[in-house]
Ligand binder design. Structure first.
Ligand code: FAQ
Length: 313
């Protein structure tokens, strides 16, 4: 009881909860779930873009894409490290992904068919990710909040890189303009789904808001994202594929059309266009890396042994 009071008091006074602090089991479990899903999303998120590294249209584009994909790997690693502070091993967390038990963001189960998709991912997917992650910089768990600050800085660079790809295409030939619009058409609705189910259908939101893990609801963030994109798309001279998108003077927000929630849950349950491929690719990468992990462990053991011998000598 005393511990619960200290925990609640810290939340009330906006003091971060740290790994060594007492916390309710359910708070710990929620964080492990959310942070590990987030880590998996970063790692699986490398796959759709990695697909275009060898086919980027110029050396400059290739270098930028390589750096971006490497950043995502770094984000995954900070987040796996943050998950470990809650008392679970990285091995078991990765095993949960590879066995299909753990979730990762629905968005990465869609294919990248053209170069314009790399621009659309940067603008829309990174844009949605930032919208969600800026509020997570103020999340109540210290290691997660601190990881988010650095991740957000990098994500905002990614977002601009994507927008600039689309801007270039939008000023190009007729075929390039069509490619740009087609990518926006395919990535728009899945990007809106990244924010999760509607607030009324979101089982975790209420408790996560009370614990200050989440600071804004799924619908609030989705609305902010729509409002920003509806303006930015004008700079591109492109269209958002939603006939119902319209400024609502009274609400001071854009109204927008219905999200296909059946498609969302279908993808979350593993039946999206690329779910199977993504998991296979991750499993193969893990198996191919087995010798590296073993070699690193053997090297660490040898070095430790050598050090001990020098001390004895
Ligand atoms: N996909 O009750 P809620 C990125 C699940 S990072 C799949 O609303 P919550 C960087 C949810 O897990 C993108 N599943 O849950 C990048 C739960 O299932 P469970 C990832 C989803 O946690 C860019 C159930 O539905 N970002 O993109 C999705 O309160 C470019 C009920 O949902 C994060 O992970 C979904 N979209 O709110 C990388 C941010 N939405 O666990 C490469 C951190 C919901 O009960 C290239 N996460 N579900 O079985 C969060 O902020 C939250 O977890 C939400 C969901 C907002 C995603």
């Amino acid at each position: 009881m005393h511990e619960e009071k200290i925990f609640q008091d810290k939340l009330d006074r906006e003091i971060k909860i740290e790994p060594q602090d007492w916390m309710p089991d359910a708070y710990r479990k929620t964080l492990i779930r959310q942070i590990s899903q987030h880590a998996h999303s970063e790692i699986v998120g490398m796959l759709p873009e990695g697909n275009w590294i060898t086919r980027a249209p110029s050396l400059k584009r290739k270098a930028a894409l390589l750096a971006k994909v490497q950043d995502e790997a770094g984000h995954g690693l900070y987040l796996y490290a943050a998950t470990e502070t809650l008392g679970v091993t990285r091995e078991s967390t990765i095993e949960d992904l590879n066995s299909g038990k753990a979730k990762y963001s629905s968005i990465f189960n869609y294919p990248t068919l053209t170069w314009a998709d790399i621009g659309a991912i940067g603008w829309l997917v990174d844009g949605a990710a930032i919208m969600n992650q800026v509020m997570l910089c103020r999340t109540s768990y210290g290691p997660y909040a601190r990881a988010m600050v650095r991740i957000c800085k990098e994500e905002s660079f990614h977002q601009r890189q994507g927008f600039e790809i689309l801007l270039t295409l939008s000023r190009g030939t007729v075929a390039q303009k069509e490619m740009c619009q087609d990518a926006i058409n395919r990535w728009w609705w899945p990007s809106l789904m990244m924010f999760g189910p509607k607030d009324d259908d979101s089982p975790h939101s209420k408790q996560s808001m009370d614990w200050k893990i989440k600071r804004k609801s799924n619908d609030e963030l989705r609305q902010q994202f729509v409002d920003i994109c509806a303006e930015q798309v004008k700079v591109l001279g492109m269209k958002i594929p939603d006939a119902e998108l319209k400024w609502n003077e009274k609400k001071q927000h854009y109204d927008f059309g219905q999200i296909d929630w059946e498609e969302f849950w279908n993808v979350v349950k593993g039946n999206g266009p690329c779910n199977r491929d993504r998991l296979e690719a991750r499993k193969k990468a893990h198996e191919d890396g087995d010798w590296v992990r073993k070699a690193a462990m053997a090297h660490a053991k040898k070095s430790k042994h050598k050090k001990q011998q020098t001390k004895v000598g």
